[in-house]
Every structure is written in C-alpha cells, then in structure tokens.
Design a protein around this ligand. Structure first.
Ligand SMILES: NC(=O)C1=CN([C@@H]2O[C@H](COP(=O)(O)OP(=O)(O)OC[C@H]3O[C@@H](n4cnc5c(N)ncnc54)[C@H](O)[C@@H]3O)[C@@H](O)[C@H]2O)[C@@H](O)CC1
Ligand SMILES: Nc1ncnc2c1ncn2[C@@H]1O[C@H](COP(=O)(O)OP(=O)(O)O)[C@@H](O)[C@H]1O
Ligand SMILES: [K+]
Length: 545
C-alpha cells in the first residue's frame, strides 16, 4: 500500500465528524470554533495588518464557520461586515450567529448588498457553502456567486482577495466541478486566492476545476485525526458501513503549501526515493529487469524510442526495442544502450516471451493499430506486466477487455478512455446538477474494476485506479508544458521500466506519474518530450541529496 495523506470524500468527512462528536470528547461547536480559528489565523498570517473584510455566511455550518471568523477578525482589529441569511441553521451555527449578532449587524446576503457603494473590502471570506452543497445554488446566492466569479477574468490584478472556507462555494468537493455549471472552465466560477479546508483534502480540491479555483490550499488540523484512524480500523474490521475505504485514496500533490502539522507524504515520491537506493543492492531478487518495447513500422515516428529511452533512464537493467524487421534501420538511432530485436508477428513474440527474464512489456506508442491488434493477444496471454498505451488502447477497444489481467496498466488520455469506456465518458460529460457529481475518480475506478487492470487516466489531474478500488490522484497543474507531443510515450516508458524493475502495477503507475511531472518541473517551459528522460537522473540526484 502506498503511503500518503488520505483524501476523504465528503461522506467520509461527515462520518468522521459524527464519530468524533458521538464520542463525547468534542462537540460540534468546538469543531466549528477550531475551523473558524484556523481560517482567521491564516488570514491574519497572510495579511498581518488589519483591514476591511466582508464575510459572506451561508445557511449551514460553513456559514457557522463564517460567523466565528467574523468575530475573531473583529477582535483582531479588522473592520468586519457580515452578510448572512435569515434562516434557522443547526444549533452550532445558530449559537455562533447569536454571538456575532451581539457584536454587529447581519446584512442580507444579496448581490445588491455585496455591491453597495463605498463598501468594498480588502478581503472577502466566502463561507456560503462547503461540504453540504447538494444542488446548484439558486436565486440570490447564485447571483452573488456569479458576480464574485466574474471578478476574475481579464482584470486579474483588480481581483479581490477571496478566502474560501473549505472550498470555493458552489464547487462539489467530491468531483471538482461546480454544480449547475459546465465542466469546462469559464469566467463564472468563484476563484479564491486561498482556501482553508479541514482535516484532509477532498477529491474536489485536486480534480477538475478545484485546483485552479481554490488558489493556495491550506489543510488545517481541527483535531479529528484520532477518529479518522479509528474509522479506518473499523472499516478493516468490516464494521462501519458509512465510510468506505477511507484509506484507499492517497494524494500525490506537490503544488500547494501544506502546514507542517499535516502528514503529506507523496506516494510516488516515496517510491522514487526507494528506487534511488536500489542500485546499492542490485543483486536483490527484483534485479533491474528487462523491458521489451514493441515498436511500429517505417516512419512510425520516435514514440516507441521515447518510451524505450525512458525505460532505460528509469533504471530497467535492459531494454529491447522490437520493431518489425523491415523497420529495423529506421529504429537504429541512439541510444546505443538499447537492444533491438525484429518481431514481425505474434508467433515470434510468443517465442521471445518464453524468455522468463523479460519482466515487462510496452505496447502502443508508435505501434500502429493493426500491429497492436495482431500482437496484443500474445502479449496478454503471457501474463507479463505490461503497459498498454496509445494504439494498443485503440486496438483494445476493438478486441475487448476480456484478456486483461492485474499486471496490466492502461494509460489513456480522455479521448482514448472514451473509446474504451464510452458510457463512463458520457457520464463524465454530463452537466453536474446534484452532488456528489460523477467525477474522474469515479470513472477511473469503474474502468479499473471493469477491466481488471490498473487504469491511469491522464490530464493535469491524473487519476490512477486499481481494480480493488485503491486510487491515487496525481495533480500536476503547475506544469502545463507537460502537454507536449510524445510526453505520454515517455510516461508509458517510465511505467514500463518501473514494472520491469519489479514495482507492482499501481506503484509503478503512481511513481511513473510522479517522476514524469518532476522531470517536467525540473526542466521548465520549453520542454519537448525528448528532454523528459534526460531529466530523470537529475530528479533521482535531487532525491538522494
Ligand atoms: N460538521 C462539522 O462538525 C464541522 C463542519 N464544518 C463546516 O461545516 C460545513 C458543512 O456544513 P453543512 O453540512 O451544514 O453544509 P454547508 O454549510 O456546506 O451547506 C449548506 C447548507 O445549505 C443547504 N444547501 C445545499 N445546497 C444548497 C443550495 N444549492 N441552495 C441552498 N441551500 C443549499 C444544505 O442543506 C445545508 O444545510 C463544512 O464545509 C465546514 O465548513 C466545520 O465547522 C468543522 C466542523
Ligand atoms: N495541462 C497539463 N498539465 C500537466 N500535465 C498534463 C497536462 N495535459 C496533459 N498532461 C500530461 O501530459 C501527458 C500527455 O500525454 P498524451 O496525451 O498521451 O500525449 P502524447 O500522445 O502526445 O504523448 C500525460 O501524462 C498527461 O497527464
Ligand atoms: K465556502
């Protein structure tokens, strides 16, 4: 099992809060006070000089946090204006609302009030909706959110400082999409400069529009760790039904600051660190493996060579490139460390795979769909760990998923995913109306369960899922230059090399994704895919430093 910080769905978070409160050791009011204190503290840390703040409080406990923040900032010398709703919230929110009402007025939560002349603020605290959002915001609140969303756009330097409590309001924390809005980024989503969330990140902080809209994400400890761990244990014992697999998600998310009091181990990074130590004991039973990369015919481009080079750089002991014999000359260029072997048909591949020293296979990059269709059955029959990418995924869409096995890693981008799992893609494309909305995480998990293979669904928010439900989110929104021709081929090669070295498929996929993004980060803009494998030694060096 990879180690990493748990990502909790909103249902899991609620169950953990309920368990904590049911224990009698902590009350909901105390949790709310801690949450509000954490947010007010972050605001004061970021803007030490007290200024003017507008706190927008919604109908539920997110709004409750807002009233706590308003009171604390008032006591810290800030000039506080509160906009709230005329509703009857739960007991905890009602209590903190009463406390605020002794200090100052609660103005109506309307767009007109927000825009009142002469009332602009230095900071706006968005405490309208948090984990309790179940449907698209309506009427007054919808127009406030649209108005605040419009603050972004081209006038970014005028952009008011929005601090969101738990999430930008309207964002579905299970999917990273805004309920009632398109899944594609527009100008209308609320964009915070900072989001302070509680206990653990939720999928919506890491997926879809979440990373762009949350701004800097701070995860604040509100003292729930004990119940998180207890709930996890109960799951292992099969007792708790309402929390499913709280430990099954791990985050691998190197972008935003996480306070020191949070454990935020990086799944792929840990494995990569472990790999850098492997050379010292190269006679270990895993050895360094032998990867076979199946290449395509003449003029199929360098995709397979990119993959093979990446497999070598990531430390596979041997890498053999296998084009059809007629294309051998075409594939004769460097690196000279590559071995070559002509493979024309399935029978030759069958023969070669009687060699048990070949520990991993890669098929797809530059292979051609016909050749992939011809070779796939032999490759799958061998039960050898294998990465299926690009043309192999198109071939698979024709052949069907039945022969896939648990050593397989599928690495589709969304287009390839649509060919393999059209129904899941259709669900992913639907406008999210109710929460929890169908997410990329749901789609990858369903695809892995259905295919019996590890599925790595690419994008800036890469989701990696295993057939048993374990899943990892790897966000790399900070390296958009990774979206360059051939970069996926390098990723396929990295994972193949790691499989060859003996990593289990889920670990190989997670570590490959981590190294891939780390290489891009290290090189910077201007990167072309050829640069990626060449950065791997430096990434390893950094890990050893
Ligand atoms: N439960 C707890 O122990 C804690 C909760 N905390 C805060 O509480 C939040 C969750 O509180 P709630 O569960 O009350 O939920 P929220 O305050 O996020 O939710 C919204 C409330 O509005 C209603 N609602 C949902 N969608 C709506 C829509 N489109 N239009 C109008 N009303 C809508 C819901 O029924 C709910 O009552 C967290 O995000 C966090 O900020 C923190 O205080 C920490 C402790
Ligand atoms: N905006 C982005 N930010 C970071 N990484 C991205 C972004 N878009 C794509 N990627 C990553 O770049 C790689 C592109 O792979 P792929 O789509 O297969 O490209 P190609 O077929 O050209 O090799 C994937 O690893 C994907 O996760
Ligand atoms: K919020």
């Amino acid at each position: 099992m990879l180690t990493g910080t748990e990502i909790l769905t909103t249902a899991q978070m609620r169950a953990i809060e309920s368990a904590a409160m049911a224990s009698g050791e902590v009350t909901g009011l105390q949790l709310m006070e801690r949450a509000g204190t954490a947010v007010a503290g972050q605001i004061r840390l970021r803007w030490p000089k007290p200024g003017r703040v507008t706190v927008l409080c919604g109908p539920g406990n997110n709004g409750g946090d807002g009233y706590v923040i308003a009171r604390l900032l008032h006591h810290a010398g800030w000039q506080v204006r509160v906009l709230g709703m005329d509703n009857s919230p739960g007991a905890d929110a009602a209590e903190v609302k009463r406390q605020w009402a002794k200090i100052g007025p609660i103005l109506p939560l309307t767009e007109a009030e927000l825009r009142r002349r002469g009332e602009s603020s230095d900071v706006y605290v968005d405490a309208i909706f948090g984990t309790g959002l179940t449907r698209a915001p309506q009427e007054d609140i919808a127009s406030i959110l649209l108005h605040m969303g419009g603050w972004g756009g081209d006038w970014a330097y005028y952009r008011p400082r929005i601090v969101s409590v738990d999430c930008p309001s309207g964002l579905c924390l299970d999917s990273g999409f805004f309920l009632g809005q398109s899944r594609v980024a527009g100008d209308l989503e609320l964009r915070a400069v900072m989001t302070v969330a509680f206990d653990s990140p939720k999928p919506g902080h890491l997926l879809g529009l979440g990373p762009d809209c949350c701004g800097r994400l701070v995860i604040a400890d509100i003292g729930l760790a004990h119940w998180r761990v207890t709930q996890r244990r109960e799951i292992a014992d099969g007792k708790a039904l309402e929390v499913q697999r709280p430990a099954a998600l791990t985050a691998d998310w190197p972008i935003f600051d996480i306070p020191d009091n949070r454990r935020f181990a990086l799944a792929g990074k840990k494995q990569a660190e472990w790999l850098t130590k492997r050379h010292a004991t190269s006679d270990h039973k895993f050895g360094h493996g032998h990867a076979l990369v199946l290449a395509g015919g003449i003029a199929r481009g360098g995709a397979a060579r990119l993959a093979a080079r990446a497999a070598l750089r990531v430390g596979a002991g041997l890498v053999t490139l296998a084009p059809p014999r007629s294309a051998m000359i075409d594939h004769g260029g460097p690196p000279d460390a590559l071995m070559r072997r002509g493979i024309d048909d399935a029978a030759t591949l069958d023969d070669l795979l009687t060699d048990g020293r070949i520990t991993a296979l890669c098929i797809g990059p530059g292979c051609g769909i016909d050749r992939a269709t011809a070779l796939l059955p032999s490759l799958l029959k061998s039960k050898r760990p294998a990465v299926l990418d690009a043309d192999a995924l198109s071939a698979l869409a024709e052949i069907g998923l039945t022969d896939l096995h648990q050593g397989c890693v599928l690495t589709p981008h969304l287009g390839e995913f649509a060919r393999l799992f059209p129904d899941l893609t259709e669900r992913l494309g639907e406008k999210p109306r109710t929460g929890p909305a169908y997410s990329k995480l749901d789609a990858a998990r369903e695809a892995a369960a259905r295919s019996g293979a590890v599925v790595l669904l690419k994008g800036p928010d890469t989701v990696i899922a295993a057939p048993d439900g374990r899943a990892i989110i790897h966000s790399a929104f900070d390296v958009p230059w990774l979206a360059t021709a051939g970069s996926g081929d390098v990723l396929a090669g990295l994972i193949t090399g790691l499989l060859a070295r003996g990593l289990p498929p889920l670990d190989a996929a997670a570590t490959g994704a981590w190294l891939h993004a780390a290489a891009a980060r290290r090189f910077g803009p201007g990167l072309i895919a050829d640069d990626l494998p060449e950065q791997i030694p430096a990434v390893f060096r950094d890990l050893r430093a």
